[in-house]
Design a binder for this molecule. Structure first.
Ligand SMILES: [Zn+2]
Length: 187
């Protein structure tokens, strides 16, 4: 009895997480990797999600997930958004404590998936007109965790967390410090 109860609650958790991923327009492959559900179950969930009228306009993405680290560093605005998202991810325990070589494979899991949804939802509340998609958020945490292309660093003026290209690690400032005349807030 207990075993089936446990299994039921684990399945329930997987479905809940998959629904959250669907709500954030994650790709089927991403949902499968993070929840362990089969494509068939994800398709059924997706259909019931639409049928329930939760959001008729949720886009379903197919094909490959985003793979460009330059996306996060190409403009001051994107650097700022990436910094906000990364900060929340660190705070909510989405990021592993140490660097992970094959992060895309080792990060996915139920607990981290729930924390990632929490972080992504928080980021969307903090940033007006947020531009980073959920799929890009998944890429960002994997890229930061493996550290090959992107790394988390500290602004040299205010010590705030910033996301930088691995090759441009030193002497970087956050958006606020970059924009002010002395490179500081004035205190
Ligand atoms: Zn700063």
């Amino acid at each position: 009895m207990r075993i089936s109860d446990d299994r039921y609650s684990r399945d329930r958790q997987r479905f809940d997480l998959a629904l959250r991923f669907i709500h954030h327009e994650a790709r089927t492959r991403t949902i499968r990797t993070w929840t362990g559900l089969t494509d068939d179950r994800i398709r059924k969930l997706y259909r019931s999600y639409i049928a329930a009228g939760s959001s008729a306009k949720v886009a379903r993405h197919r094909g490959k997930s985003p793979r460009q680290s330059a996306y996060f560093t190409r403009s001051p605005r994107m650097r700022h958004e990436a910094a906000v998202l990364a900060s929340v991810c660190y705070l909510l325990g989405v990021m592993p404590a140490t660097q992970v070589a094959d992060a895309a494979r080792h990060l996915p899991g139920m607990q981290r998936g729930e924390a990632l949804c929490e972080a992504f939802e928080t980021y969307r509340r903090l940033v007006p007109e947020p531009r980073i998609s959920f799929e890009h958020a998944v890429f960002l945490i994997a890229a930061l965790a493996c550290g090959d292309e992107l790394r988390a660093a500290h602004c040299i003026d205010c010590n705030g967390l910033i996301v930088v290209d691995r090759l441009a690690m030193n002497g970087r400032r956050c958006l606020a410090c970059e924009g002010s005349p002395q490179g500081k807030f004035g205190f």
